[in-house]
Ligand binder design. Structure first.
Ligand code: ADP
Length: 399
């Protein structure tokens, strides 16, 4: 069964076609500058050179039109007609409290996603546009929605509520939602497979450390807590996001700097994190280089990042009464050998012992803890597209 996976941003669209009979990637690509001058599609049939199409694409429907043409192209395509695509899996950021898992997209689902626009004003509108465009161009193909928030819907009220007047939860649904759910779910399942254990017998702390970063506590296959909150601003220190801070800082900066609360939030999202502390970059490779050249603020930013991850590992081990495994994933988690070392240093009191030699790995699945380590440490490259495709197959197979 072939599945198309679509991930729409406001002016971009990423896609993959996977053959799910043997979980192989057939083609992938990226469309950029949708609705802007200089729209371009970069398509790649696996094993072949990139096929680049520059053409005006005024909206997501135009972009998907070009994607479908590329997928059926004689030379660069992977299917002879779109009828060979059995289903489309769409990444959608926010499903609010409505869905705790992936669902077949119906008009009811579309209405629910529209209702969540308030909660994810930057992400849900392009996600919705992408689904509508696919529905128009592939009217007979089932579509599945896979939500970033869904995996975290198993959190209990004592975990997901903020201690503010309850009526704000009732009126506006203000609560912790959590994001990166597809990634946390995927790597926790892979961890169980690598450890050759049933996920129902495991307590896992998953650390998705990319530009955006979050940790999750996955107890017996179910998420019980995660570090992002009402929005992706909360929790860990990130590339340009502050992570959790005392909210009183917002009004204080606003008054001192004569800027609005919105502007402060923008600073917390775009000019803070390791970029804000170091004044160097949000990219951990740049920070490591600056640190090596003696830049103290770059070193401080890296220390702060590691400290905050450690803090969540400790918190989640307390919440789960221990852990069997800690998983590192995403750009930093998969590739940054030194950062994994910093995070795992001095945790032997919690039974966490990194093996420095095994830790010498980038971008491949591996157990990197010492044999004596009570808590196993794993590096697992995330694969959100595969997870989306797997959920999609599961749902359309039951139709
Ligand atoms: P996102 O998907 O959130 O944009 P990624 O998961 O792709 O982010 O992670 C991107 C980050 O990963 C980069 O900003 C960089 O800091 C980090 N990264 C990627 N490769 C390396 C590497 N080899 N060493 C250290 N950090 C890396």
């Amino acid at each position: 069964m072939k599945v198309l996976v679509v991930n729409c941003g406001s002016s971009s669209l990423k896609y993959q076609v996977l053959e799910m009979d043997n979980s192989t990637l057939l083609a992938k690509g990226l469309v950029e500058r949708i609705g802007l001058d200089g729209s371009v599609m970069k398509h790649e049939k696996i094993g072949m050179d990139k096929y680049i199409v520059e053409a005006p694409m005024k909206n997501h429907k135009d972009a998907i039109g070009y994607v479908l043409k590329a997928l059926t192209d004689k030379e660069h395509g992977v299917v002879s007609s779109m009828d060979e695509i059995s289903a489309v899996g769409h990444r959608v950021v926010h499903a609010g409290e409505k869905y705790a898992g992936s669902v077949l997209i119906t008009e009811d689902v579309m209405n629910a996603l529209e209702e969540c626009i308030d909660l994810a004003p930057l992400h849900n509108p392009p996600n919705i546009l992408g689904i509508r465009a696919c529905q128009e161009l592939m009217p007979n193909t089932p579509m599945v929605g896979v939500f970033d928030t869904a995996f975290h819907q198993t959190m209990k009220p004592e975990t997901f509520l903020y201690a503010i007047p309850y009526e704000y939860y009732e009126k506006y649904k203000i609560r912790k939602y959590g994001f990166h759910g597809t990634s946390h779910k995927y790597v926790s399942m892979r961890a169980a497979a690598l450890l050759d254990k049933d996920i129902k017998d495991l307590k896992i702390v998953t650390c998705h450390l990319g530009n955006g970063a979050s940790c999750a506590a996955v107890k017996h296959g179910v998420c019980i807590d995660t570090s992002m909150g009402f929005t992706p601003l909360d929790g860990l220190i990130m590339g340009t996001r502050s992570g959790g801070i005392d909210p009183a800082v917002i009004t204080f900066i606003s008054e001192k700097e004569g800027i609005t609360a919105d502007e402060v939030i923008n600073i917390l999202n775009k000019k803070s994190g390791v970029a804000g502390i170091s004044g160097v970059s949000s990219d951990f490779r740049d920070l490591a280089e600056a640190e090596a050249q003696g830049n103290e603020r770059a070193a401080l930013a890296l220390k702060m990042f590691a400290w905050r991850v450690k803090y969540y590992i400790g918190a989640y081990m307390a919440e789960m009464n221990g852990a069997d495994a800690i998983v590192f994933t995403a750009g930093i988690g998969e590739n940054d050998i030194d950062m994994r070392k910093q995070i795992c240093s001095d945790l032997d009191g919690l039974g966490i012992e990194l093996d420095e030699e095994k830790n010498n790995v980038r971008g491949e699945e591996r157990i990197v803890s010492k044999d004596s380590s009570k808590v196993k440490i794993l590096v697992i490259p995330t694969n959100e597209e595969l997870m989306i495709a797997q959920d999609t197959v599961e749902i359309v197979s039951n139709l």
